[in-house]
Design a protein around this ligand. Structure first.
Ligand SMILES: NC(=O)c1ccc[n+]([C@@H]2O[C@H](COP(=O)([O-])OP(=O)(O)OC[C@H]3O[C@@H](n4cnc5c(N)ncnc54)[C@H](O)[C@@H]3O)[C@@H](O)[C@H]2O)c1
Length: 429
């Protein structure tokens, strides 16, 4: 039996903690040997859960890279703007890397990370978790098997969810581009990556992209008359679907302490007292019409790849579904529809529809991750790749992921400059 893969967790927040459940389920495959996080609460939780030696508990990632290499891999789960520096430093030290998405917040930084990983001969897996979703993987298999013939159009919707958007993109960590990244990168890099993936070989040459979007609704102009700056003392809170009292306090009163309630109490376990205090003083108690948010709440991206393949992507905040993507892929022989739960393929020749499912069961707490268990498959693939020294097990590797990130940056350029952007062939620029 081989020894477990030793990992260091850099950023012991939601994602770092989530990936680390794998070590609790499969201690023979992965061992968390160190954690770096400025939050004492997070460090203590990790130390207790994974029995980490005192000398391997760090307040910051810099101190980890200063030490001789003492693990096989690092899971980089720091905030968006803190990805490039640790990724480059750990790659240079020879650590294999699971890097949360987005890789970095500029195209130059993404490129630099990939270059250093290649030069250092380390594996890089980016947290494009949807690539590991068994149903989404099945879509790719069906396309590659020619079930719908040549693909000519992809229509893809990302419904963020009304309270999810208010939580993460109006009040929370991804609300402000200068602090994190623009919405298409922070939220939809997964989706542009999937479109890119499904487009297959036709994405490699010349392509054009256009995009529109803005921050709708969540601004001062839409603040209801009489609304207060905080929900706890707002007289019209009852009529507001985005009320923090409804999203967090009602949840914890019913005993719900997972996401999103867990996020708003970063230094303690959530209970009625700590959640009330967070709403009184913290960012999550603010009126959604009085925040410093500037990221798009709805955005569309149109793409044209080689051979006339077109794709239309929409991201919308104002939805009932939370992140349950819907996709239709139109080919010369059939139409494929995916609703997050199953895939339906209609064959033009037989005029029959076939349904496809996949085993989405996952062990432990991974089923609660919000990604249909795909988080389990992401970390499982990474650990297997490291254990077997086989990068082919990683579906979100450096080159692929860099190309799809670059497409995201070009789409955002189109939105900001109000023009169609031509890529991959300078004579069109
Ligand atoms: N793959 C996905 O589907 C997915 C989903 C959500 C978030 N993310 C991404 O994962 C990353 C982490 O998100 P999260 O939700 O876990 O955020 P989080 O805020 O819960 O966790 C980030 C952690 O990094 C820590 N940190 C800050 N500075 C640090 C430093 N110098 N050294 C070490 N740790 C430091 C913070 O204290 C915090 O605990 C982000 O880039 C986010 O965009 C990916």
């Amino acid at each position: 039996m081989t020894a477990p893969v030793r990992v260091i967790v850099v950023g012991g927040g939601c994602r770092g903690e989530g990936h680390s459940h794998y070590a609790s389920i499969h201690p023979e495959r992965m061992q968390v040997v160190a954690v770096a996080d400025p939050r004492k609460f997070a460090r203590s939780k990790f130390q207790k859960q994974h029995k980490i030696l005192e000398e391997n508990i760090f307040e910051d990632w810099h101190a980890v890279v200063e030490r001789e290499k003492f693990a096989d891999a690092v899971l980089i789960c720091t905030p968006d703007r803190l990805h490039k520096e640790p990724a480059v430093a750990f790659a240079k030290k020879g650590y294999h890397i699971l890097l949360e998405k987005p890789m970095a917040t500029t195209a130059e930084d993404c490129t630099a990370i990939v270059e250093v990983c290649i030069q250092s001969g380390v594996m890089l897996s980016v947290g494009h978790v949807l690539r590991y979703d068994p149903l989404i993987h099945k879509i790719k298999e069906l396309i590659d098997a020619g079930v719908i013939g040549d693909v000519f159009h992809i229509q893809h919707l990302e419904p963020v969810g009304f309270y999810h958007f208010a939580h993460s993109y109006v009040r929370g960590n991804w609300r402000n581009e200068a602090e994190s990244s623009f919405a298409l990168l922070a939220k939809s890099c997964h989706d542009i990556d999937l479109i890119h993936h499904w487009a297959g070989a036709r994405r490699r040459g010349y392509f054009t992209v256009s995009s529109f979007g803005s921050v709708s609704h969540f601004n001062k102009e839409n603040k209801p008359p009489g609304a207060a700056d905080r929900c706890l003392n707002c007289s019209v809170e009852r009529d507001c679907p985005y009320s923090a009292c409804k999203i967090y306090l009602d949840g914890v009163k019913k005993g719900h302490t997972g996401w999103p309630v867990s996020v708003i109490c970063p230094n303690s376990f959530p209970d009625i007292e700590s959640v009330t205090e967070a709403l009184k003083t913290g960012p999550y108690g603010r009126c959604v019409y009085e925040c410093d948010n500037d990221v798009c709440s709805n955005q569309v991206v149109n793409m044209q790849f080689e051979g006339g393949l077109t794709a239309a992507f929409s991201m919308v905040a104002f939805t009932e579904e939370i992140c349950q993507r819907k996709t239709t892929i139109y080919g010369s022989k059939g139409e494929l529809y995916y609703n997050g739960r199953e895939i339906r393929v209609f064959d033009f020749l037989t005029q029959r529809a076939t349904k496809h499912t996949a085993d989405t069961n996952t062990p432990g707490q991974f089923f609660m991750s919000g990604h249909g268990g795909a988080d389990y498959h992401l970390i499982h693939a990474f650990i297997s790749a490291v254990a077997n020294n086989d990068p082919s097990l990683i579906r979100s590797g450096p080159e692929e992921t860099l190309l799809s990130h670059l497409l995201v940056f070009e789409a955002e350029r189109s939105r900001l400059e109000s023009r169609v952007v031509h890529c991959g062939d300078t004579k069109h620029n």
